[in-house]
Design a protein around this ligand. Structure first.
Ligand SMILES: Cc1cc2nc3c(=O)[nH]c(=O)nc-3n(C[C@H](O)[C@H](O)[C@H](O)COP(=O)(O)OP(=O)(O)OC[C@H]3O[C@@H](n4cnc5c(N)ncnc54)[C@H](O)[C@@H]3O)c2cc1C
Length: 474
């Protein structure tokens, strides 16, 4: 039934699931209209792709639920609510406009292909009924402040980074609102059950997101990584590791759903530089956030070519696309311990280090010769920090812009023994460098039976294998 009462504002949360530094929220509250708060669980997220897995799998749905429920609680604390609806956002938003006499819809601007189609559809449906007011919120540097238009974003990161850093200031974060100005008599609704989203109890029980979702956990992690533990001071030297929480910030899952604002991170790092330490690490963390910006803007320039096998450079590798090998890679059963440990961590926890992502993607594309878009789609399905541009642009880069990463050399270089022991129980008892080549004839005395052998030992690994044998004394 249509609510014929006074006009209202709708805050449509998407990947901006936070109260702090949220321009959308601040403008909606400042409009003076009573506000309705909405999050749509897009049913398309859980569809099964032709490759045989869901677009977003169990870890992602658990992490999303934690994030949305935390937002709901925080909105309730300031006198608000959060309606959670399952379906197609374009239909839900249109139905809300009709049902609640919405005159203004406030939402974050989108940048990626599918999401832009969805926003266009919303606009078409609401037509003259309501105004759709959107704000840019994703990047460190505001899209309107960088010294390039999207169609002229440079093709190299340096050509983007240097002028942008010189000519652009990071905007001040918005204050967190203290009251929601919510429409009266509107109550929060529940997150749909996992069953309704198509997940069995076993699927949900089999995984556990690497970190807890939500703005509260995000702000805690920001404080923890900076002022509480001062881990940030060592980031430059630890960032290429893979084991545990401490070697890198773990901000990415929070940035992906917007439960942490990138400008708030920047502000915190600047305070840290003043009060604790300014060094290569603090510079490097900001540098990584600028990479994230660059991939967002460059991805916008390239449009939907970032999802295509030939990519935006129209290149082509002669992919063999062996589906049995793809399954081995997905399952963490390639026989390459450094690759398998990372894939198993991804499957269980929805997270993988940057070092792991580089090695697993390179291995899939250049050793197994499988279409990089299959790997990117698999990461999309599993990563709790899935971000359209960070994922697809990094995969594109591994396929076409970086030649090769040798997973045997890297396992030795990054001393991955403890990490492999943690994620591959079959190898947990191997205490020396045999763990990097458990299938080698010189490792035969270890009697490893239940861990697979690689389908091929490539000659390009020869020198690294020799180095390992020298280290073992073989
Ligand atoms: C094949 C591949 C796929 C990837 N997919 C994603 C993805 O879907 N989502 C995602 O957030 N990152 C992705 N990355 C980038 C990177 O691996 C992760 O951002 C990082 O591992 C997250 O952990 P962290 O927050 O502890 O990173 P930190 O090392 O602490 O870095 C801080 C922040 O900088 C940003 N950042 C760091 N490295 C990169 C990078 N190479 N590209 C873009 N941003 C970066 C992230 O926002 C990260 O949270 C991918 C990298 C590769 C090689």
């Amino acid at each position: 039934m249509k609510d014929t009462a006074e006009p209202k504002a709708l805050v449509w949360f998407k990947n901006d699931l936070r109260l702090h530094d949220n321009e959308v929220l601040c403008h909606a509250i400042a409009s003076g209209l009573p506000v309705i708060y909405l999050f749509c669980v897009d049913e398309r997220l859980f569809e099964t792709l032709p490759l045989g897995f869901r677009k977003a799998d169990a870890n992602r749905v658990i992490f999303l639920k934690q994030t949305v429920l935390d937002l709901q609680k925080r909105l309730e604390n300031i006198g608000g609510h959060l309606h959670i609806e399952l379906g197609l956002p374009e239909e839900i938003v249109d139905a809300y406009v009709n049902k609640y006499s919405i005159s203004k819809i406030y939402a974050e601007k989108e940048y990626a292909w599918e999401e832009l189609q969805m926003m266009a559809e919303v606009k078409k449906r609401i037509a003259e009924k309501a105004a759709l007011i959107t704000f840019w919120g994703k990047t460190l540097y505001h899209i309107d402040d960088i010294p390039f238009t999207i169609s002229k974003i440079p093709l190299t990161s340096k050509a983007y980074r240097i002028p942008t850093g010189k000519e652009t200031e990071v905007r001040e974060p918005y204050n967190e609102p203290i009251q929601a100005n919510a429409a009266s008599a509107i109550k929060s609704t529940a997150f749909p059950s996992f069953e309704k989203l198509g997940f069995s109890e076993e699927e949900i029980a089999a995984v556990e997101p690497f970190i807890a979702g939500g703005e509260t956990a995000a702000l805690n992690r920001l404080h923890n990584y900076t002022f509480e533990t001062k881990l940030l001071t060592g980031y430059r030297w630890s960032r290429n590791k893979s084991l545990g929480m401490d070697y890198s910030s773990k901000f990415s899952p929070y940035l992906a759903l917007g439960s942490l604002s990138v400008r708030t991170i920047y502000q915190k790092v600047k305070q840290y530089e003043q009060l604790v330490k300014k060094n290569q690490s603090t510079w490097w963390l900001i540098f990584e956030l600028v990479w994230r910006d660059y991939f967002t803007f460059k991805g916008m320039r390239m449009g939907n070519a970032i999802f295509k096998t030939e990519g935006f450079r129209n290149k082509r590798i002669d992919f063999e696309n062996n589906t049995a090998l793809f399954k081995r890679w997905c399952d963490g059963k390639t026989g390459l311990p450094f690759v398998d440990a990372h894939m198993r961590q991804l499957n269980k926890s929805g997270y993988m280090s940057n070092r792991g992502r580089v090695n697993c993607s390179s291995f899939l594309v250049h050793d197994y010769r499988i279409d990089w878009t299959w790997g990117a789609a698999y990461f999309e399905s599993r990563l709790i920090d899935y971000d359209v541009s960070a994922n697809w642009m990094n995969w594109h880069m591994q396929a076409y812009e970086i030649w090769y990463t040798n997973p045997i050399h890297q396992s030795l270089k990054y001393k991955a023994k403890d990490y492999i022991q943690q994620w591959i129980p079959e190898l947990a008892k191997i205490n020396d460098a045999h763990i990097y080549i458990p299938w080698h004839e010189k490792s035969a005395h270890l009697g490893i039976q239940d861990y697979p052998k690689p389908v091929e030992i490539f000659s390009k690994w020869g020198r690294s294998i020799q180095k390992i044998l020298t280290e073992i004394g073989g």
